[in-house]
Design a protein around this ligand. Sequence first.
Ligand code: FPP
Length: 252
Amino acid sequence: MDEIRSQRDDTPRHVAIIMDGNGRWAESRGASRLEGHRAGLEACREVVRSANELGIEHLTLYAFSLENWNRPKEEVRALMHLLETYLDEEIEEVMKNDIRLRTIGRNDRLPPSVRTRVEAAVERTRDNRAMDLLFALSYGGRAEIVDAARKLACDVEDGKLDPDRIDEKVFAAYLYAPDVPDPDLLIRTGDELRVSNFLLWQIAYTEIYTTPTMWPDFSKSHLIEAIADYQQRERRFGMTSAQVSAPTRPRE
Ligand code: FPP
């Protein structure tokens, strides 16, 4: 439904997705969790392609959380392997579609072979402009805030930053991807109502959409449904309905 792109100017600029339900999708078919993750990877391919077609500028996928390191070793290994597979198999498609691949998270914890591939893909795609594809890898929202606070404290200690100058804008500049606008829309699949330590700073005014659809079943039509739902919402950012529907917004 490319009408979303051509007929409306309220397409979300940044969509973030918590891809949940691979395990339950597999279980309901008597398949292994690994098969669920494999099917989840196929859904990733389709959603990346679709998001680009729909004119989304930034897509952030929660691929592996810091907490996920605590899963059984076999499952962690399988997920790392799937990530390598994605990078190996999709890089040409990503290049062809002018997509810039980036990551947020504590990359230093990734196995060296994964890290090397990730860094190569980030480097190779750095001049692509159609869409930013951010993989949250080894990512935690609280860890991101802690990492930002640490960097900021170092700058204060080195005399590069005056503590009196610290406000929300200055702080946000220390986050992992400071140039990326906050998500307009956060989608969570898999019938759960949690934010699971994802983009805690950035989702302050994000519209949240949840669906019972398990991630491997999530397709372009589901993405369009989520965007259509988002387009019905009135985003007030703490103001009144009358203020946001007025032809000119009050100055800050
Ligand atoms: C949640 O399913 C999903 C994840 C833990 C990670 C997301 C992984 C993929 C979409 C597949 C691999 C893709 C990449 C790029 C690595 P779950 O296992 O928590 O499902 P459950 O809640 O039903 O058990």
